[in-house]
Each structure stands twice: as structure tokens, then as C-alpha cells.
Design a binder for this molecule. Sequence first.
Ligand SMILES: Nc1ncnc2c1ncn2[C@@H]1O[C@H](COP(=O)(O)OP(=O)(O)O)[C@@H](O)[C@H]1O
Ligand SMILES: [Mg+2]
Length: 205
Amino acid sequence: MSLFITFEGIEGSGKTTQAKRLQDWLVSQGHECVFTMEPGGTRISEKIRDILLDNKNKEMSRFTELFLYLADRAQDVEGVIKPALLANKIVIADRYADSTFAYQGKGRGILERSIKTMNSLATQGIVPNLTILIDITPEVGFKRISHRDRMEVEIEDFYRSVRSKYLEIAHKNPDRVKVIDGMLSIDEIEKGVRELVAPLLQNYS
Ligand SMILES: Nc1ncnc2c1ncn2[C@@H]1O[C@H](COP(=O)(O)OP(=O)(O)O)[C@@H](O)[C@H]1O
Ligand SMILES: [Mg+2]
């Protein structure tokens, strides 16, 4: 049996920290575990990541951004996620489809119905067994990653709406999406993550 776990949350919420800790723990328990991140994860995805994260590409249309994230995902699913799941491995993804609904959908105002259709192509219908949403305010997340005191109001508003969409997704998908308070310590969050994952491992051989 395969297992697909994704981490979601705004910048600085602690996704990468917790995804890596979970991977280390699962490997120490003898599980075969594959880590992947969005954007990135494959040779082609790394090139797409460079375009997306290049500060020079400020004029990028929100639709170009959407298509690039979906292209990145399509390649990651085909090249990494699907083969690992077919080989009965555990896959941990640092961001996946919920990011698109939160950032490009709510954040950039692209119609959810359109994203849904295109995302199902990109993911080939592969949905995580468990999504861990680490919830945090934009202020705290921003301070953790930038070491600056204040963020611009516009940016803060953007992350507020992204955060609210994440919480809405969690509310609508209570079986799949579990919310952890990102204000807890790294160790406390790790404990919470393990408590969510442990029951899934019992069915997992
Ligand atoms: N629960 C936490 N409390 C305090 N600092 C944290 C916590 N989780 C992560 N950090 C720190 O915040 C920064 C961003 O964490 P990171 O895991 O990279 O977040 P993300 O991947 O969600 O952007 C890192 O310096 C990390 O050590
Ligand atoms: Mg990260």
C-alpha cells in the first residue's frame, strides 16, 4: 500500500522543516520514503522553478504563473510521485494542489472551476491521503523568513487571503486535511505530525 502526505501553509509556516523531520523519522522506522517539493523535484521542474522564482520576471501574468505551477506539478507527478506510489513507497510533498487553489485561486483571483479541471490533468487524479496544513499568521511567517519587522500591506493582504483559503479547504475536507497550529514549537508540531501519520502506518506494510 502506498501513502501520499503533503504539507501546506504560507511562507515561513514550517513546511520544509516538518516535511524533512517526518522523512527522517519514517526512514528511521525502516520505511521507503520519497521527498519532493513544489516547485521543483525533477530536472525539468527545476527549470520551471527558476522561471517562477526569478525576481526579474515581475511582469509574469497570473495565468502564466498558474500554467507554470501546473506544468511543474505534471512533471513531478509523472516523474516522481506516481512511480513512487506505484512502488508502494511513502511520498512526502512540500506543497501540492492545495497551494494552487490558495495562491492562484484565492490569492490571484483565478476561477476555481478552471483550476480544478487543469489540476486534475496535472495530478492525473492523484490526491494525498493526508495533508498537513500548518496554520500561521502572515506576520509571524514573514518575520521568520525575512528577519524584517513589517511586511507591505498589499503583501500582507495577499497572504491573509491565501491563509483563509487554506482554512476553508481544511474545513471542507476534514478527512484529508488536518490543521496544526504553527505557533507551537518545532518539536511540538513534529509530535502532532507523528500523531497524524502513525495511524496511517498501521495499514501500511
Ligand atoms: N514552529 C516553529 N517555531 C519557530 N520557528 C520555526 C518553526 N518552524 C519553522 N521555523 C523556522 O522558520 C523558518 C522557516 O521555516 P520553513 O520550514 O523553511 O518554512 P516554510 O517551508 O513553510 O516556508 C526557518 O528558519 C525555521 O527554522
Ligand atoms: Mg519551504
